[in-house]
Design a protein around this ligand. Structure first.
Ligand code: RB5
Length: 159
């Protein structure tokens, strides 16, 4: 996924981010996309972020969605989970600059956001910016290849 000409966006959240997820889904800035909502919902109560990040990752790896958005209290648990899977480049982002950089330099395919840390009003523009920013290729490509090399060698090496 080198530029996000993405239409199908998977989104998941834990209990800390239900309200933020609903703001994203209702935003007029983001109505041109098709959203697949993997939960959780208000009625689910307290849940564990690794489960919900994994729903998005598995859908992305199966190409059921083009990119993913994962929300929790800080964005940290979601990004930690997602980055355990090969082929996933999850970026914990907090503003327009990090949204752009995570696409241009890192070709991030999952955007993670912290619902307890961000001004919710600013989030739809951060998401739209991320979805519209293309990967720069060039010198960044070989660095992404090194990420996958590290994943492969970490699986086969006992330190
Ligand atoms: C849930 O209380 C909280 O730990 C979670 O949303 C997230 O911030 C973890 O990284």
């Amino acid at each position: 996924m080198n530029n996000i000409s993405a239409n199908n966006i998977g989104i998941a959240n834990d209990h800390a981010a239900v309200e933020l997820k609903n703001i994203i889904l209702a935003s007029s800035l983001l109505q041109d996309y098709t959203w697949v909502d993997y939960g959780c919902h208000l009625e689910d109560g307290r849940v564990d972020y690794p489960d919900y990040a994994s729903y998005v990752v598995k859908a992305l790896l199966k190409r059921e969605i083009d990119v993913g958005i994962c929300l929790c209290g800080t964005g940290i648990g979601m990004s930690m989970t997602a980055n355990r899977y090969g082929g996933i480049r999850a970026a914990c982002v907090w503003d327009i600059a990090t949204a752009k950089a995570s696409r241009k330099h890192n070709d991030a395919n999952i955007l993670c956001l912290g619902a307890r840390l961000l001004d919710h009003k600013k989030v739809p523009l951060i998401v739209q910016t991320w979805l519209r920013t293309e990967f720069s290729h060039g010198r960044h490509k070989k660095r992404l290849a090194k990420l996958e090399d590290i994943t492969a060698s970490a699986q086969s090496t006992s330190l």
